[in-house]
Design a protein around this ligand. Structure first.
Ligand code: NAI
Length: 465
């Protein structure tokens, strides 16, 4: 027997209350041993309590470790941050897991899709570390770490093994982002070597997108950095019928929050026509996570039987209301066979992230100094030599413009000036360089130290360098 589990339930905004009602009804009818602890979040909560995410809600998830969340509205211009992003960061939910499976009765171009997208959920450009470096030039930092990458890869392989999946594909852009996606891929290969029973391969993201829309049935588990994962998982949702049927789970080492991919759908809120399938499938994913897969399969069978009987909501070509669709699932629960021996799956554990790797053996050999220069008819008047540091290269938007020739490119008022020394230097040499630039009246706004590990540079070359 499964023992009763307490789970935090956030009904959310818009269609949230309607679709969470549907899931709660189906779970009650299936006698799932879950006790809901209701907690508030979202726009309505903001209007009532003055905050979109009260501490009591976070405390509830911290206590129960698992939550089912309806969609919440993020108002444009009203100033509070997305509740989802805040929860993800506060609970360190490092993996976003989105199963994409063809459903009976939902007509799409493809009949046999069964892909699980595992997306890194914290890093990449989602740190929102952005700087306006000149009035014309903005920089977003794309952060990829050994720790974040290893955790998400380990989750993908552990999950694949537990679900009997055969292949995990790392999707990346390491041909261009040699260091960032290169590290993501390096960590993938290291983790993959511990799972000889699972086929591990990799694909460049553009090629992956093309293949996904041509032959999606050939894919199994995909693991991606955050931004590519965001885009590719929506592409996958489109393969099987769209937002109304796309579930997801945000997984951390200690906590997990399950929610549909879609938002609060204000255009249909209160009309009783929302499709509860995506949230229901998210809730079934939650049951698998909790080791209650026997209940998940039983409800899944009732859902499939309902869809096969052509009972569907409007978004997927039917006429049923949320209530009629929910009634139909509940009615078919009794038709589903009970498993006498529940299959009790343990939850997936990924262990600790790898410890930090020290840069103590690296040698400092130079600096990239980013400067503003507004006279686009001539290159910045940078000093050629300052102490041990010699000006080796300048680039504009990543293309080498010095030493000559200057290619016929559109220039902007933002140059990277690469200074390198013949042998290792001290940071004091870089300070002296910056002081010299200031004496020349040159405005610098960013400095990156250039290091080598033995002979290997820990930085990229410019296009054409
Ligand atoms: P949305 O996903 O709410 O709606 C897009 C379209 O899909 C709408 O036409 C809607 O009617 C339809 N749709 C979505 N879910 C449906 C369902 N279950 N059944 C039938 N039709 C459905 O995206 P939108 O309009 O861009 O965002 C609305 C609000 O939701 C925004 O405030 C946004 O910030 C928020 N949002 C919240 C999310 C979350 O809490 N996880 C995720 C995405 C958006």
């Amino acid at each position: 027997m499964n023992s009763t589990r307490r789970v935090t339930l956030i009904r959310g905004d818009g269609i949230g209350p309607e679709i969470t009602d549907a899931v709660v009804r189906i779970f009650d009818a299936a006698r799932v041993p879950i006790e809901w602890e209701e907690a508030a979040a979202g726009l309505a909560c903001y209007h009532e309590h003055g905050t979109p995410l009260p501490q009591a809600t976070l405390d509830s998830i911290l206590r129960n470790r698992v939550a089912l969340k309806g969609p919440t509205t993020t108002p444009v211009g009203e100033g509070f941050k997305s509740v989802n992003v805040t929860i993800r960061k506060a609970l360190d939910l490092f993996a976003n897991v989105r199963p994409t499976k063809s459903l009976p009765g939902i007509v799409t171009r493809f009949g046999n899709v069964d892909i699980i997208v595992v997306r890194e959920n914290i890093e990449d450009t989602y740190g929102a570390i952005e700087h306006r470096q000149t009035p014309d030039v903005v920089q977003t930092l794309r952060i990829i770490t050994r720790q974040g990458s290893t955790l998400v890869h380990r989750y993908a392989f552990e999950m694949a093994r537990q679900l009997g999946r055969r292949r995990v594909t790392c999707v990346h852009k390491a041909n261009i982002h040699k260091h960032s996606d290169g590290l993501f891929l390096e960590c993938f290969r290291a983790v993959a070597s511990e799972y000889p029973d699972i086929v591990a391969d990799d694909l460049i993201v553009d090629n992956a997108c093309m293949q996904l829309v041509v032959r999606p049935e050939t894919f199994d588990v995909l693991v991606l950095p955050n931004l590519f994962g965001d885009i590719v998982s929506d592409l996958c949702a489109g393969l099987v019928g769209g937002l109304g049927v796309a579930p997801g789970g945000n997984i951390g080492r200690h906590h997990a929050v399950f929610e549909a991919v879609h938002g609060s759908a204000p255009d249909i809120a209160g009309k009783g026509i929302a499709n509860p399938t995506a949230l229901l499938l998210s809730a079934l994913q939650m049951l698998d996570h909790l080791g209650m897969s026997d209940y998940a399969r039983r409800i899944e069978q009732a859902l499939y039987a309902t869809l096969k009987a052509d009972i569907r909501t409007r978004d997927v070509g039917g006429t049923a209301t949320t209530q009629q669709f929910t009634d139909a699932i509940v009615a078919r629960l009794d038709d589903s066979p009970h498993q006498t021996q529940p299959k009790h799956r343990s939850t997936i554990t990924v262990g600790e992230p790898p410890p930090p790797t020290s840069s103590a053996i690296w040698s400092l050999v130079g600096a990239d100094v980013f400067v503003e220069w507004n006279d686009l008819d001539r290159l910045p008047a940078m000093p050629e030599q300052v102490g041990p540091l010699a000006l080796r290269m300048m680039s504009n938007r990543g293309t080498k413009v010095y030493p000559p020739p200057v290619p016929p490119i559109t220039m902007v008022n933002w140059y990277r000036c690469r200074y390198l020394a013949e042998s290792p230097i001290a940071t004091a040499d870089v300070h002296a360089l910056l002081e010299e630039l200031e004496r020349h009246g040159i405005r610098w706004m960013q400095v990156e130290l250039l290091c080598t590990d033995g002979e290997t540079p820990m930085f990229s070359k410019a296009q054409g360098e």
